[in-house]
Design a protein around this ligand. Sequence first.
Ligand code: IMP
Length: 429
Amino acid sequence: MANVTVIGAQWGDEGKGKIVDWLASRADAVVRFQGGHNAGHTLVVGEQVYKLSLLPSGIVTGTLSIIGNGVVLDPWALKAEIEKLTTQGVVINAENFAIADNCPLILPLHRDLDGLREQAAGAGKIGTTGRGIGPAYEDKVGRRAIRVCDLAHLDALDVQLDRLCAHHDALRAGFGQPPVDRAALVAELKDIAPYVLQFAQPVWKRLNKVRKAGARILFEGAQGVLLDVDHGTYPFVTSSNTVSGTAASGSGLGPNSTGFVLGIVKAYTTRVGSGPFPTELEDATGQRLGERGHEFGTVTGRKRRCGWFDAVLVRQSCAISGVTGIALTKLDVLDGFEKVKICTGYRLRGKVLDYFPSHAADQAEVEPIYEEMDGWTGTTAGARSWADLPAQAIKYIQRVQELIETPVALVSTSPEREDTILVRDPFVD
Ligand code: IMP
């Protein structure tokens, strides 16, 4: 059986939700492999609206849902999310939900530090979601994290807590904050431990068993490649690797198990938070894209910055993540534009570039080179086959495909599941 890895190929918010839901309904297991509750995803099933941040998308339909070791887990946010879903009738238990026991925890001290740093940075801030994601990943690679498995051994945690608190106390002192209240932290951890531990297990083992049994596994990426800590617009990135390769390392399966890589690509570009954005439109056109696309963040409610499609960035993302095919989303937002533009290259201090440079100053300075195309007067909203699309919209899709050097597997034409043009089913590779 084929497996599928879904990743965002821009700065997140590409419309992964609808595609992931459709794939999750056909998967036997859904795995989150990076990020944390900085992700946001609204699921509409019949009359019910479900809000997911940390839990994998399969959870609502009872599909085996797994949080892999590559995720950073806020146990209190987890409990709140599960409790909310439970009141909505979703059944979540140790049969259908598992958390990797080697998953690092996000603690209140991480959230504190995230906020303090952003506040101190002023205009230079990253614009994080304020969930403590970055500081938690720092402690993971700094080898001082408290992990899920530690919750079963809280009385033997002194050395680890010494290391963790010494580090944070020094940072907090720099911000004029009191040291970590260690006793309170231990008490909070003791309180939440049984709740988390009921789901904890060596997830790599369960996943390998599921894989051997021929199950279909969906690896659900969060954020987007341009927010990847290595390949993104550093330092304006999240603190995890958001590329497809993380599906393996962040879950405990080999790279030969992660299957078809489906890159989700919005027909234009958006970004939340600070950082370079070459095709950003700070004019009426940008405003129109934002309004038509309802571009407000799901987690923080922040207004998203909007701009034309940047083929250079998406080509780069597809190459870096080995994207097999893309799902092009929100094409209907471009309906009615007289002209549409696609960025095909950059100009930087007199030179023409066919890639996005690594240095932050260069990233901020590149000027987009545009190709202009006629827009379309008809609507693409709700189209379910090529025949339903205006000819000019088909030309736009074909040009996107050509420029990003990656084929289109799906085109999504509205938030409704059925409003999709399926070119290639990722599960039937
Ligand atoms: P952090 O992940 O909270 O540290 O935020 C770092 C950057 O990633 C900020 O620019 C956030 O706006 C962005 N970010 C984090 N999660 C998401 C997401 O799910 N969608 C879009 N942007 C995100």
